[in-house]
Design a protein around this ligand. Structure first.
Ligand code: MN
Length: 176
């Protein structure tokens, strides 16, 4: 089962994180989500819906809209589809810390080779073409494509949840 690692790492009786369920095939557009996560180290979790689960990468510096900034994206275990709606505080244990939905939307898979995926994102913050390039084991790079959405402005400065408008710091102070 593709979500076995997800299930093994967590105590889902104690955490409000979603159950390890693979979603059935649908006709709707594929979704993506980026969650800002204050775990042991702050990072952004970049997730793409694929075959009923969310393929996931942890991006320490967060995504960039600047094609000259390649961002390290470390692939982590697949997450259940419902994880795209998770915002809250993960209790003590694996991944403990606050999570906000930093961006979300739909995406198109333009091209998929073993070493590089080309995607187009339609999010509230992330827009246009991106490449995910695998360079070693679980290590990938997320690189913005040169298009009309490319900019040198730091997109991570937009730091509120696109769902609740809350900042990560607010959740860190007041666990729910
Ligand atoms: Mn994370």
């Amino acid at each position: 089962m593709t979500l076995a690692t997800y299930k093994r790492k967590r105590n889902l009786k104690k955490s409000k994180e979603p159950a390890a369920v693979v979603r059935k095939k649908r006709a709707e557009a594929l979704c993506f989500v980026v969650q800002k996560h204050a775990a042991t180290r702050l990072h952004y979790d970049f997730r793409l819906e694929m075959n009923g689960v969310l393929k996931s990468w942890a991006i320490p510096k967060g995504p960039s809209m600047n094609p000259k900034e390649k961002r390290l994206a470390v692939q982590v275990e697949d997450h259940p589809y419902d994880y795209k709606d998770f915002e809250g505080v993960i209790p003590e244990g694996y991944g403990a810390g606050a999570v906000i939905i930093w961006d979300q939307g739909t995406y198109t898979l333009e091209e998929k080779n073993p070493r590089s995926w080309h995607i187009t994102l339609k999010g509230k913050k992330l827009k246009g073409g991106f490449a995910l390039v695998r360079f070693r084991d679980k290590n990938w790079l997320l690189i913005k494509t040169k298009d009309r959405y490319a900019t040198t402005k730091d997109v991570t400065k937009k730091d509120r949840s696109v769902v609740s408008k809350r900042k990560l710091e607010t959740l860190m102070k007041r666990p729910i």
